[in-house]
Design a protein around this ligand. Structure first.
Ligand code: KIV
Length: 260
């Protein structure tokens, strides 16, 4: 997928598939299976480094993982997460975003809304493609009790919608919606020209993303209800990933039981 195709997918109603990768082997399989987007997520703090949250992930680590993921990707759009404290002000954000693009990313992702509007504005005026991330923002979570559904009350829901509209107006290309009620995600998705990519946000989003280690059954412990194990009944990682792609495109993942 090319950056310019994001809007075309939304216009023709084709769902966008996205999975995380942190190394070349997984990136090659995910890209080879035809997944539209490969996300070098700062979830690497948990799934690769064994930390409780994403907060200790550094720019140096993100650059390293972006380089090794981007190299084998032949068709997927590569998005790299900007880690905690890497976009505290607009100038710092621009320098760090440029480093991730130089490492091979086609786009950078950062969490938050209006509080970072100067960052979104500067990245846009420097032609950096940006993915937003609203709803549950893992960089605001310090322990596992913080992983909660967001936007359940009217004020929270309105803030997410307002932030989404603001990000679109500031040139953001696509927005990840994490752990919000499916009706809110539907409303946000229908209110935007740019696509949304949901994780725990229901099937009305314009695409779906999962942490690859979750959907392959590698992650231990209790997983959120949306994290379906696509390895069940499949003989290989490639088949599990193809199944995720097929079910997202068909609109059968996530099911109603996998949403809030
Ligand atoms: O870091 C990550 O894997 C993410 C996804 C949860 C969207 O941001």
């Amino acid at each position: 997928m090319k950056h310019s195709e994001l809007i075309e997918y939304k216009l023709r109603g084709e769902k966008i598939t996205c999975l995380t990768a942190y190394d070349a082997s997984f990136a090659k399989i995910i890209d080879g299976a035809g997944t539209d987007i490969v996300l070098v997520g700062d979830s690497l703090g948990m799934v690769i480094q064994g930390a409780e949250n994403t907060l200790a992930v550094t720019m140096q680590q993100m650059i390293h993982h972006t380089e090794i993921v981007a190299k084998p990707c032949q068709q997927a759009l590569v998005i790299a997460d900007m880690p905690f404290k890497s976009y505290e002000n607009a100038g710092l954000a621009l320098d760090n975003a440029k480093s991730l693009i130089a490492a091979g990313a086609n786009m950078v992702k950062l969490e938050g809304g209006s509080e970072h509007q100067d960052v979104f504005r500067l990245l846009n005026s420097n032609n950096i493609n940006v993915c937003g991330h609203l709803g549950l923002q893992p960089q605001l979570v310090v322990d596992s009790s913080g992983y909660k559904i967001q936007g359940k009350d009217d004020i929270g829901a309105q803030k997410i919608l307002d932030d989404a509209l603001l990000l679109e107006s500031l040139g953001v290309s696509v927005i990840v919606l994490e752990c919000i009620p499916r009706e809110l995600a539907k409303n946000v998705s229908q209110s935007l020209r740019i696509p949304t990519i949901g994780i725990g946000a229901g099937s009305a989003c314009d695409g779906q993303v999962l942490v690859s280690y979750d959907m392959l059954g590698i992650t231990s412990g209790r997983l959120p209800r949306f994290a379906r194990n696509f390895m069940v009944g499949k003989g290989s990682v490639r088949l599990a990933i193809e199944s995720f792609n097929e079910e997202v495109k068909a609109g059968t993942y996530p099911s109603i039981d996998e949403t809030y």
